[in-house]
Design a protein around this ligand. Structure first.
Ligand code: ATP
Length: 223
């Protein structure tokens, strides 16, 4: 009897810095989808944003500190090692090549990121490589735009079981149990204002931020 196909997730982001909104969602989405592994992948310089204030390597170090030894979550530096702009489609193609044709490959994104999915590089090809799972995020309840409807087409499915029947090509929206209204923007703002960030992110990440004096000065990125 052949073994069931491996289930792999990818959660890309700036992680500037990683916080409990990312980490709790990562853990819960892994659980909900039964993923063997969730790759959390910092982008060196996200194509749709300004330059982050803290370097990509430092954001990766914070991500590693945040994940610690959490089973199934993995801080993946592949986009930092890549030359040129970093696009999710290239990352998914790499993961597909590594895990094989039968692997269930899922790109996980928050609803705020999903709202701009049609603007991503080669957005129309994403579904030929992976499924897309959209996590609800507090504060983002707006209806899908016509561009998004067109992009998603007939891909939408209603359950994890339907999604996992195929290696790619489905879209599922999920409301995870512990939705958190935490954002990295809010954390950077509080640090600039000298306010507490306790309980918004793991202690190890808070300590590293304090030790290195990260995010304490105003930058153009936060204008
Ligand atoms: P910023 O405030 O700097 O824009 P962010 O907190 O939104 O950052 P990102 O690194 O941009 O964090 O997010 C990476 C991915 O995680 C995105 O798909 C985003 O939608 C998702 N995400 C971030 N915060 C949350 C949260 N609190 N709940 C659910 N998903 C989240």
């Amino acid at each position: 009897m052949s073994s069931p196909p491996i289930k792999i997730g990818m959660l890309g982001g700036t992680f500037d810095p990683v916080h409990h909104g990312h980490l709790r969602s990562a853990l819960e989405v892994r659980e909900a989808l039964g993923l063997d592994r969730l790759h959390m992948i910092p982008a060196p310089k996200p194509p749709l944003r300004g330059a982050p204030q803290v370097s990509a390597e430092q954001r990766l170090a914070l991500l590693n500190a945040g994940i610690g030894d959490t089973p199934g979550l993995y801080a993946d530096d592949r986009e930092l090692r890549r030359e040129g702009p970093s696009y999710s489609i290239d990352t998914l193609a790499q993961l597909r090549a590594e895990y094989g044709e039968q692997a269930r490959l899922v790109m996980v994104i928050g609803f705020d990121a999903f709202l701009r999915l049609h603007q991503w590089y080669r957005a129309g090809d994403l579904f030929s490589l992976a499924h897309v799972v959209v996590m609800a995020r507090p504060g983002y309840q707006m209806p899908w735009t016509s561009e998004l409807r067109e992009l998603v087409g007939e891909c939408e499915v209603e359950s994890v079981d339907s999604l996992m029947q195929y290696p790619n090509g489905g879209l599922l929206t999920l409301s995870l149990p512990s939705m958190m209204a935490i954002s990295a923007t809010y954390i950077r703002q509080r640090l600039r204002e000298g306010k507490s960030i306790h309980y918004l992110l793991p202690n190890a990440v808070e300590e590293a931020i304090r030790e290195n004096g990260f995010y304490q000065h105003f930058s153009q990125h936060d204008e």
